[in-house]
Design a binder for this molecule. Structure first.
Ligand SMILES: *[C@@H]1O[C@H](CO)[C@@H](O)[C@H](O)[C@H]1NC(C)=O
Ligand SMILES: *[C@@H]1O[C@H](CO)[C@@H](O)[C@H](O)[C@H]1NC(C)=O
Ligand SMILES: *[C@@H]1O[C@H](CO)[C@@H](O)[C@H](O)[C@H]1NC(C)=O
Ligand SMILES: *[C@@H]1O[C@H](CO)[C@@H](O)[C@H](O)[C@H]1NC(C)=O
Length: 451
């Protein structure tokens, strides 16, 4: 009896403790999703002063919010089961690790939780109005619209767009993470996220054939792996719930990668994924010596350039690895051959550094045509970024197992890192590749000013 009493008082203690000090994201059950929920928007503030324990804030109680700092709002999407988003804590932690700012988690789980998607979708404008009221109060306290940045996931991306419209595009930035497609696809700009909704709008599309939005919605639209199917995600319904949400959620995990120092995802402005794969889009149209846009938090470094374009919209493509931290590193391999006859085939490339680390390229572009004295540029993707390449290995293959073995006579090959254009380019002259035979050599530095 005494033990039971003790247990109950302990539970009360724990409960009142967490209730008072750390409000948490609304947890609902699947039951709530079935009966539906009325809208209730809660705002939870995290700063470097309270990085793990949120403060519940509203337009009268601003807590630790310092209006002179940058403020990021994170807005989630549709919650078909009522559970909190699994990535929310990581996002808050990642953001606070890169900058000293206010991170506000917008919890509209009561409203987003319903098994009926269009019930949730219909509430997006109401959520935006609540956020507008709060931001108005911040402005009254001295905040600037320039410092306000909204990260919206799925339906949350359109919520961010609606807030931006109410400020005539003067918000600092909006990032849409796989903005919701169903019920929004094909809608006019006033009914969805649009490049005019903030000073800079960047979007990641990771599930354009199901839950995401297909067409560009921002100043820059990133299409990882073409935007359709993400590597490492289940391809069939036997993958369970992951089959439905893995591609969609990947946009969030890619953004999270950008908050960690060891993973830089570079993207390549291009008209189509196919052109990107075939290596047609790798100098970014900017200048050969500048790097291409980065995905995620630092995408706004390209804001000036991207907004000057007419129209101010750019599509960018890139491939990723199957799992965290997702980065792949792009190199360009320029090859000039001098075979008398045209050769068609593909090349596999391996790099090794001084420490003995090796990495092999995954080139799955179409077979290349090598023509005498014409430079061919192949895009090679590696899972590791070796800083000092000590050896390169090349294998040429025409794909045929019968018939004569061909040789590919290389006049010059050049390897250049796209993520780090400042790194010295590596060259090798006069090589003969025997078909299907690995040729390993030490590269030398290319002469400067080589055209
Ligand atoms: C704001 O929050 C405080 C404390 O949590 C609460 O007392 C107050 O009623 C709230 N104000 C509004 C307008 O919701
Ligand atoms: C708010 O942030 C600024 C710097 O951005 C700082 O100088 C100031 O002391 C902060 N105010 C409070 C109350 O912490
Ligand atoms: C990258 O850094 C994160 C922590 O910031 C760490 O958890 C992860 O293992 C690192 N990944 C690699 C490949 O080094
Ligand atoms: C290369 O190998 C060394 C030693 O084996 C290891 O410490 C280092 O992390 C590796 N570098 C990369 C980029 O994998």
């Amino acid at each position: 009896m005494l033990r039971l009493y003790f247990l109950i008082s302990l539970m009360c203690l724990v409960r009142s403790d967490t209730d008072e000090t750390c409000p948490s994201f609304t947890k609902l059950s699947f039951h709530s999703a079935v009966v539906g929920t009325g809208l209730n928007v809660k705002l939870m503030l995290y700063t470097r002063e309270n990085p793990t324990c949120a403060q519940a804030i509203n337009s009268t109680v601003l807590g630790n919010l310092n209006v002179t700092k940058k403020t990021i709002f994170t807005v989630h999407g549709f919650r078909p089961t009522g559970s909190p988003p699994v990535w929310m804590e990581d996002l808050v932690e990642g953001l606070l690790s890169v900058d000293d700012m206010n991170v506000i988690v917008v919890d509209w789980n009561q409203g987003a939780t319903t098994v009926i998607y269009n019930h949730a979708s219909r509430k997006t404008r109401k959520v935006a109005i609540v956020l507008k009221e709060f931001i108005d109060q911040m402005l009254a306290e001295g905040a600037s619209l320039d410092d306000i940045y909204m990260i919206g996931v799925s339906l949350g991306a359109h919520v961010a767009g609606f807030v931006g419209k109410m400020y005539n595009g003067q918000l600092g930035r909006i990032t849409g993470l796989d903005p919701a497609g169903p019920l929004f696809n094909g809608r006019p700009p006033e009914d969805r996220l649009d490049p005019g909704d903030a000073q800079f709008v960047d979007v990641i599309h990771s599930d354009i054939d199901a839950l995401g939005y297909r067409e560009p919605l921002g100043n820059i639209d990133f299409y990882p792996n073409g935007g359709l199917d993400q590597p490492g995600c289940p391809k069939t319904i036997f993958g369970g719930m992951q089959y439905f949400k893995c591609d969609h959620q990947r946009s969030v995990y890619l953004y999270l990668s950008s908050l960690r120092e060891n993973c830089t995802i570079t993207a390549y402005p291009c008209d189509s994924y196919r052109d990107y794969r075939n290596g047609k889009c790798v100098n970014c149209g900017i200048s050969q010596t500048e790097s291409c846009p980065l995905l995620g938090y630092y995408a706004d470094n390209w804001k000036g350039y991207l907004r000057e374009r007419d129209p101010p919209m750019t599509k960018a493509f890139f491939d990723t690895a199957e799992e965290k931290p997702f980065c792949v590193y792009h190199y360009f391999v320029d090859i000039i051959t001098w075979n008398k006859n045209i050769r068609r085939g593909s090349i596999t490339i391996k790099l090794r550094d001084k420490a003995g680390n090796t990495t092999e390229s995954k080139i799955n572009h179409e077979p290349t045509t090598f023509q005498k004295y014409h430079q061919v540029s192949l895009l090679a993707r590696f899972n590791q970024d070796l800083d000092k390449v000590a050896a390169i290995s090349l294998v040429f293959s025409t794909g045929s197992v019968i018939g004569p073995r061909y040789k590919l006579r290389i006049l010059r090959m050049k390897l250049r890192s796209l993520a780090h254009p400042e790194r010295p380019q590596l060259c090798r002259y006069d090589l003969v590749l025997m078909e299907n035979v690995e040729t390993v050599f030490q590269p030398i530095l290319c002469p400067e000013l080589q055209m």
